[in-house]
Design a protein around this ligand. Structure first.
Ligand code: PRX
Length: 626
């Protein structure tokens, strides 16, 4: 094999659930339906499906057609009939370390039933949308599982988003109920979630009730009739007792999750009970090799797809023990995560390159203070991992014995798409090869395959169970965004190359999506936040390389007459974006410009700004207006 390769040790191979990668890959490629039918068969169905894959109406694929199922039945209920009833499902620790809570599968079921009873009492029925906007507390997991249990569609909005983002997502989903917290804690600072909900609800007429989980304990206004404390509701008789798990069609919606696209408003990615369940179950089983002895920690937030698939659903479907930490990597000190790995005996640790790069800067002494010997597998997700960070993660955190699963996937794909399993030889910076049953291609603008090793657009050519089914309420945009450029092929929006060994190397987004610390943001969202400031006439947001964050947001702003470019205004605009869209979207820098480069038809040429900022060639400028 070309380049630097890390081969799995005999110990890793002997322990792996799946030893023969080549054989399974060949089988899945030859019999896609057979492979997925077998995976689905490991879970419980109220009624088995009649057809594994229906591709008669592409790109509206259907999986496990006719099957009756419920993801919460498989993530929680079914374990109660086994020894897992007494096994730990969830362990949680607060940011300040002063509080920890743990739940067996039995206790998890009790909590989910309680939350589900309350959601039902709020008038929510099958098919209704519920917006969940919370910090990283166990109740966010209960709320998601409870919605799924009763057939309601959850729409989780990341707690790092602010008023504009939340309001847009509530309005678009037409949620009737919001589940939130009074506040959450981030680096010791209070994030006033309930206040942000109150501000957002001024323009969201569909919302009838708000359930508030007490976390921060600070004073919050409660609107009579609309707002209810969760602990008060829990004390009512309606909250008690078992709650039946709804029998759902495999293709019934499970959740929508908004994600940023190249243009316009965020897209409501829709996933289903059947296919998403099988996809997350199976990918986690093979890739992270979950066994009953493992303690799995995915550091993502439940508000992003990584959290949905690999904090909540995937691990619980596999009957694993999940650890959730409320805080971030370096508060109060840069050993916080290493301390938790040691304290809880974490065996599988899945995080993001930005966090690794950030922690690497503090040096080896911090992790070296801790016993990390419980670790056996590591994982990375969200953006390309640079080989330097990969090697630090491998040697200093994994102590040279833990393979790193660099998993490439997207909100849209629901589950891992290009990823190794523990037995696959690794090359730092490559996600290796497509998951079982998948075929990836690198194509040029016209859709023709490029030469081996050349850069091109990454497309996927086979359907998979956890794929999104549509953009909720907008089939046309679904087809246009993903399936129209290269008919019959799924356009990922990423550029990549594939080497002689068939290993894929992701380069980055080719559209106007920015990955800031692994968080997906759209230039359009940042620009819409800026335009609401009276000084801004027009703006263009771009992502530029950043040592720790991967990419950072730079905004070019054209001011309205009467406003002068100065440092105070720049700070004010950054603050404005943070307040409206969320602190994660706060621009790194505002640059004032007299005139934005545009095409003759008036489109902003962000690519030109990006090239200029980096001192790179500006490319074809023939369409640039005078
Ligand atoms: O550009 C790719 C990058 O993240 C994008 C998807 O973002 P999102 O929907 O927020 O999901 C992130 C977590 C699954 C992709 O189009 N990306 C994700 N994982 C990797 C990656 N880039 C390189 N390597 C990865 N492992």
């Amino acid at each position: 094999m070309e380049g630097e390769v890390f081969y799995p040790s005999t110990e890793v191979v002997s322990q792996a659930v799946l030893k023969d990668w080549e054989k399974t890959a060949a089988y899945a490629l030859g019999d896609l339906s057979g492979f997925w039918a077998k995976e689905a068969g490991e879970l419980e169905w109220f009624q088995p499906c009649e057809q594994v894959l229906d591709d008669s109406n592409k790109p509206f694929f259907k999986w496990f057609v006719g099957g009756k199922v419920n993801i919460t039945h498989n993530a929680v209920d079914r374990h109660l009939k086994t020894y897992r009833k007494n096994k730990l499902a969830l362990i949680w620790e607060s940011e300040d370390g002063k509080c920890d809570r743990s739940f067996s599968y039995y206790a998890l079921n009790r909590e989910v039933c309680r939350m589900a009873n309350i959601i039902k009492a709020m008038g929510i029925v099958r098919g209704d949308r519920v917006t969940i906007y919370m910090g990283r507390v166990p109740e966010i997991v209960f709320a998601m599982l409870a919605c799924a249990k009763i057939g309601a569609i959850h729409s989780v909005v990341f707690g790092g988003f602010s008023v504009d983002a939340l309001q847009g997502r509530i309005a678009d989903s037409q949620s009737k109920l919001i589940i939130t917290c009074d506040g959450s804690l981030q680096n010791g600072k209070l994030v006033e979630l309930k206040r942000i909900v109150d501000d957002s609800l001024r323009h969201c007429p569909t919302v009838e009730n708000v359930v508030v989980v007490k976390r921060s304990g600070h004073e919050v206004p409660m609107e009579a009739m609309r707002d209810h404390w969760y602990h008060d509701l829990c004390a009512l008789p309606i909250a008690n007792g078992k709650c039946a798990t709804e029998v759902m069609d495999a293709e019934d919606p499970l959740f929508i999750l908004y994600t940023s696209g190249s243009t316009g408003t965020p897209k409501a990615i829709m996933h289903t009970h059947g296919g998403y369940m099988v996809g997350t179950y199976s990918t986690l089983k093979y890739v992270f090799d979950i066994t009953d002895e493992d303690r799995f920690w995915c550091t993502a937030d439940p508000g992003w797809i990584t959290g949905h698939s690999y904090i909540v659903y995937g691990p619980l479907l596999n009957g694993a023990t999940v650890f959730i930490f409320e805080g971030g990597p370096s508060y109060p000190y840069p050993n916080r995560w290493w301390q938790l790995i040691e304290r809880y005996g974490i065996s599988i640790f899945y995080t993001a390159p930005t966090a690794i790069r950030g922690l690497m800067r503090f040096g080896d002494a911090w992790p070296n203070k801790h016993d990390l010997s419980s670790l056996r597998l590591l994982g990375s997700v969200g953006e390309p991992i640079n080989p330097e960070a990969w090697k630090w993660f491998y040697h200093v955190i994994g102590r040279g014995k833990c393979p790193i699963m660099d998993t490439w996937w997207q909100t849209e794909t629901g589950a891992f798409m290009i990823t190794p399993t523990p037995v696959v030889p690794l090359k730092p910076g490559s996600g290796t090869r497509p998951f079982f049953g998948q075929v990836a291609e690198i194509v040029d603008e016209a859709g023709n395959p490029v030469e081996v090793g050349a850069e091109g657009f990454l497309v996927l050519t086979r359907p998979w169970p956890a794929m999104m089914r549509t953009l909720y309420g907008d089939d046309e945009r679904y087809v246009k965004s993903y399936w129209s450029k290269y008919p019959g092929k799924y356009m990922t929006g990423d550029s990549a190359r594939c080497d002689k060994d068939g290993y894929y190397w992701i380069i980055g987004r080719v559209d106007d999506v920015i990955k800031v610390s692994g968080h997906r943001l759209g230039t359009a969202e940042v620009e819409s936040a800026l335009i609401t400031h009276p000084a801004v006439a027009e703006s263009a947001a771009i992502g530029l390389p950043h040592e720790v964050k991967g990419q950072a947001i730079f905004c070019y702003v054209q001011l309205n007459p009467g406003f002068d470019p100065h440092e105070d205004l720049s700070e004010e605009l950054r603050q404005h974006v943070s307040q409206h869209l969320g602190p994660i979207a706060r621009p790194e820098e505002i640059r004032f410009i007299d005139k934005l480069p545009k095409t003759r038809s008036g489109k902003i040429m962000r690519r030109v700004l990006k090239a200029r900022a980096q001192g790179l060639p500006e490319g074809d400028l023939s369409t640039l207006e005078e």
